[in-house]
Design a protein around this ligand. Structure first.
Ligand SMILES: NC(=O)c1ccc[n+]([C@@H]2O[C@H](COP(=O)([O-])OP(=O)(O)OC[C@H]3O[C@@H](n4cnc5c(N)ncnc54)[C@H](O)[C@@H]3O)[C@@H](O)[C@H]2O)c1
Ligand SMILES: O=c1ccn([C@@H]2O[C@H](COP(=O)(O)OP(=O)(O)O[C@H]3O[C@H](CO)[C@@H](O)[C@H](O)[C@H]3O)[C@@H](O)[C@H]2O)c(=O)[nH]1
Length: 453
């Protein structure tokens, strides 16, 4: 099939590449000329495992193209995907300006039946606005070109995006036209071979399904962060509690890791946007407000622990940070807990030496000029002349460090473990003070309190 995708960010680039991988002829359009030029030079603007190779192979096979030119790209596509950003507005609701710009462009250029597929995360009712924007442009042109607008929200996770796209858990499709449904079914057939993954519903329900999924996951995380804070107050260990409750299949082990707060380009903005949508319709979504409020506070957690440990005086201290990305396997720092921590440490007069396997370039882009930040090439370089080590992102390479070396390098050996990746007693046995998230001390003997026992 001939496919056009607007937006070459995480969603557009990965979707376009995976659709090309199964034989479609894909053109990706972006307004960012520099990004398009890099892609045409064979450079991938984001770090996403497996993507590099797939883009290279599909470009070489002539199935994947990048352009800034909307008109020929729209003429190319039997289906036109919208995968542009929907960032938060000043009041937290979703900014639809990029989506509606693409819709107008589609209306200005389509010449034959086209299925318009919205993949961006958008509030309920957006498909109607997209349809109206296309119709208005067709009216100006004096044309009556048939088209359908469907909602096909995306559920990929950064760091696993290629895998999620090639092997989706489910394909949500909100559509009210038999012709569009048949076209989408044919498009996704290669991703749907061993069992039916397509869940068909009306457009508004599909739009809400995306927000409901993210809000549910964010709720699990804020709930666990709240439990962690209670555990700390009452002297219990949240890691034992996590294992204890996860064993109930109704609860499950996934997405119940407490930590330094959820970040990324989706949860913070989508919880906020859904809460604002509810409010705009006269409903006060109290759970969502609490999820957001708990997360805002949780992002202060590491700073509070660090400040308390150093008696409220961080002036002149040097803090080593391991991890800057909002989670492992990505270079994305949007809404990352590291960003709040950096700002707080600098405001308190501390300097930071930071290491991240993939996000150093992004950190340099964001804070390159800041005198309080030294970006290090190796985790142990970050420890030199530092007073403390803080784990902000749980990259695999941080899981089994040389504690003896950490102790010997840090000025006053202490670890603040924002992801609970270490066993407190192991760290303390190496002569290093330890702070985790919700790790009130249990009275179990050391061997029984070890993780996963
Ligand atoms: N990042 C994720 O993991 C993820 C997962 C699922 C859904 N989503 C949703 O998908 C959407 C896209 O997210 P993303 O992370 O890929 O965004 P992104 O910011 O990485 O990329 C968006 C791209 O759209 C381009 N763009 C903006 N206006 C354009 C226009 N008029 N024409 C062509 N290109 C245009 C931008 O230049 C940018 O390259 C958002 O609504 C997001 O909430 C994101
Ligand atoms: O138990 C957990 C799981 C995650 N997180 C944090 O939650 C944030 C988001 O993580 P994750 O969901 O893995 O990353 P995203 O790439 O933002 O993916 C989410 O947001 C996407 C955009 O909407 C959706 O498509 C995905 O399904 C949804 O998982 C990160 O800061 C994680 O550190 C925790 O604190 N505890």
């Amino acid at each position: 099939m001939r496919i056009t995708i607007f937006g070459t960010g995480y969603v557009g680039l990965v979707t376009g590449t995976c659709l090309a991988e199964v034989g479609n002829d894909v053109i990706c359009v972006d307004v960012d000329a520099a990004k398009v030029a890099r892609l045409n030079d064979g450079e991938i603007p984001i770090f996403e495992p497996g993507l590099d190779e797939l883009v290279r192979d599909n470009r070489a096979a002539g199935r994947l193209h990048f352009t800034t030119a909307a008109e020929p790209a729209i003429a190319h596509g039997q289906m036109v995907f919208i995968a542009v950003g929907t960032p938060p507005d000043e009041d937290g609701s979703a900014d639809l300006s990029h989506v509606l710009t693409v819709a107008r462009s589609i209306g200005q250029h389509i010449t034959r039946y086209t299925v318009v597929v919205n993949k961006s995360t958008v509030p309920v009712g957006t498909a109607d606005r997209v349809r109206a924007a296309i119709s208005a442009e067709l009216l100006i042109r004096g044309l009556d070109v048939p088209f359908d607008v469907v909602s096909n929200p995306e559920f990929l996770k950064e760091g696993d995006a290629v895998k999620d796209c090639l092997r989706p858990d489910r394909i949500i499709l909100g559509a009210d036209s038999a012709r569009a449904i048949e076209a989408i079914k044919a498009l996704y057939a290669p991703f749907n071979r061993n069992h039916e993954r397509l869940v068909l519903m009306d457009v508004r329900s599909a739009e809400l399904t995306k927000y409901a999924a993210n809000a549910m996951l964010a709720t699990k995380i804020s709930f666990m962060n709240e439990m962690a804070n209670i555990a700390e107050h009452v002297g219990a260990d949240i890691e034992l509690v996590r294992i204890g409750i996860g064993s109930d299949p109704r609860i499950g082990y996934s997405f119940i890791y407490p930590g330094a707060g959820y970040g990324g380009s989706c949860f913070p903005k989508d919880v906020q946007a859904l809460e604002r949508t509810a409010r705009a319709h006269g409903y006060n979504a109290r759970v969502l407000s609490a999820v957001e409020a708990v997360n805002v506070d949780q992002k202060d957690k590491l700073f509070v622990l660090i400040e308390r440990h150093f008696g409220g005086d961080l002036a002149g201290k040097t803090i080593a940070l391991w991890g800057l990305a909002f989670k492992p396997n990505t270079d994305d720092m949007r809404e990352a807990p590291s960003r709040r921590l950096l700002e707080q440490l600098w405001a308190a007069g501390a300097k930071v030496r930071a290491y991240d396997p993939e996000a150093r370039h992004e950190a340099a882009r964001l804070y390159g000029e800041h005198a309080g930040l030294l970006l290090c090439e190796h985790p142990h370089d970050a420890l030199e002349h530092a007073d403390a080590l803080v784990i902000v992102t749980e990259w695999k390479e941080f899981w089994s460090p040389d504690f003896e070396r950490i102790k010997a390098t840090l000025k006053s050996p202490v670890i603040f473990d924002g992801r609970n990746i270490y066993e407190p007693r192991t760290v303390e046995a190496a002569g290093i003070a330890y702070y985790g998230i919700g790790r009130g001390r249990s009275l179990l003997p050391a061997h029984a309190a070890a993780r996963n026992v």
